[in-house]
Design a protein around this ligand. Structure first.
Ligand SMILES: NC(=O)C1=CN([C@@H]2O[C@H](COP(=O)(O)OP(=O)(O)OC[C@H]3O[C@@H](n4cnc5c(N)ncnc54)[C@H](O)[C@@H]3O)[C@@H](O)[C@H]2O)C=CC1
Ligand SMILES: CC(=O)C(=O)O
Ligand SMILES: [Mg+2]
Length: 373
């Protein structure tokens, strides 16, 4: 198969779809890989590193899109990239469609085969291609929150861990999955008071087993959520209903009633955010203030640590990329029900229920869609 890796173009996004070691694996399997010039420069990989791994370098994204049968990216395709997709081309990347009508419409129009990293599942009910970036973003959320609490950033002027004789900050994490657990780990490490809310009791049990009495693992009712959010110095939003727009659990009234100078980091912003006052921001301008609460809502947080993130992402995506290339998308998807969950749009049809529901569009069963493609 001919595989293309364009340079990422989202604001301050330096991750890349494939590192040279991944290219070498694909080439060893008999595939051809075309990489856009300087695609890996942001993490220290030169064009020569890629050619030594067996790739060919193309000068522009337009040439990569025109040449490749399968495009491997990191972030959802931006409008100019979507315009370059064509019928039957495979796109394998993060998509986050449910909160993004323009992208969904463009992918439908393209008639491409669009497989989202974030909805691929595993046999234990996990999200193996989202998990590594959630670990990064969860850990980063505490760094971002700590900065937001600094006075010069309009925060309350609090150190997360306090000092001897002074209380630590209260960190409230909504959602105890990959993001939530990683955030809790960092917040505990810094000495904050940590509460995690989730509505899955097994998740609460796992938190209890991991952190003991260093984390209060609380069942997430509207009542519990309101109590802890109003007491919080820092709120981390990490809920997910896979593939769906995030539920707005923290309301504008909650934000009004929070302490002046408190902060929120809405990691779930890539699915639209779980805080009513959130709107997506960029690494160039990551925060804004609503009712004296500092909001950090960067939708590509792992892009700030692209070296760590690219390796972590590639470790997870490589076996799936190899499968797609070796077997073709039909066999790769039909052989693996968990991989098939990644298919969101194919040849103009929406094959992910929550996306179809979000936009009142017809839903087509993915297996049927692939079999008929
Ligand atoms: N902004 C960014 O750069 C990044 C954002 N993310 C996003 O972070 C979000 C969380 O991802 P993961 O932790 O991997 O998901 P996950 O599936 O591991 O965890 C989500 C948790 O939310 C819980 N939950 C669902 N509804 C809830 C409710 N009403 N109250 C409390 N808990 C509830 C679930 O039980 C689950 O434990 C996703 O939207 C993901 O796309 C992930 C990586 C980077
Ligand atoms: C998951 C996601 O949105 C990211 O890694 O940027
Ligand atoms: Mg207030």
């Amino acid at each position: 198969m001919i595989i293309g890796v364009p340079k990422e173009i989202k604001n301050h996004e330096y991750r890349v779809g494939m590192v040279p070691a991944s290219v070498r694996e694909l080439v060893n399997h008999g595939h051809q890989v075309f990489v856009e010039s300087d695609a890996g420069m942001g993490i220290g990989f030169t064009n020569e590193d890629y050619t030594l791994a067996g790739a060919e370098i193309l000068a522009t994204a337009a040439e990569v899109f025109a040449t490749a049968e399968m495009i491997i990216k990191v972030k959802e395709p931006q409008a100019v990239e979507r315009a370059m997709l064509r019928e039957d081309q495979i796109l394998f990347t993060y998509l986050h469609l449910a909160p993004d009508l323009p992208q969904t419409e463009d992918l439908i129009k393209s008639k491409a085969i669009c497989i989202a990293y974030e909805t691929v599942t595993d046999s234990r009910g996990g999200l193996p291609l989202l998990a590594p970036m959630s670990e990064v973003a969860g850990r980063m959320s505490i760094q971002a929150g700590a900065q937001a609490l600094e006075k010069s950033n309009h925060g309350r002027g609090m150190l997360l861990g306090g000092v001897p004789g002074v209380e630590p900050a209260k960190v409230v994490v909504i959602g105890g999955g990959m993001v939530g657990r990683s955030a809790a780990q960092m917040a505990v490490g810094l000495g904050a008071e940590v509460v995690v809310l989730d509505r899955n009791i097994d998740v609460l049990r796992a938190l209890d087993a991991q952190f003991g009495n260093k984390v209060k693992a609380i069942y997430s009712t509207a009542d519990a959520l309101e109590k802890h959010v109003l007491e919080a110095d820092l709120v981390i939003g990490g809920v997910l209903i896979p593939g769906a727009a995030a539920p707005k659990l923290v309301t504008a009234e909650h934000i009004k009633a929070m302490k002046p100078g408190s902060a929120i980091v809405d990691v779930a912003i890539d699915q639209g955010g779980c805080i009513a006052t959130s709107k997506a921001t960029t690494h160039a301008d990551p925060t804004f203030i609503v009712d004296d609460v500092v909001h950090y809502c960067v939708a590509n947080m792992p892009g700030a640590v692209p070296r760590t993130s690219t390796f972590a992402l590639n470790n997870a995506t490589l076996p799936f990329i190899i499968n797609l290339a070796n077997k073709g998308y039909k066999k790769a998807l039909l052989d693996d029900a968990n991989f098939l969950k990644g298919l969101n749009v194919i040849k103009g049809q929406v094959t992910y229920k929550e996306v179809a529901e979000a936009f009142n569009m017809p839903y087509v069963d993915p297996r049927t869609a692939v079999e008929n493609a």
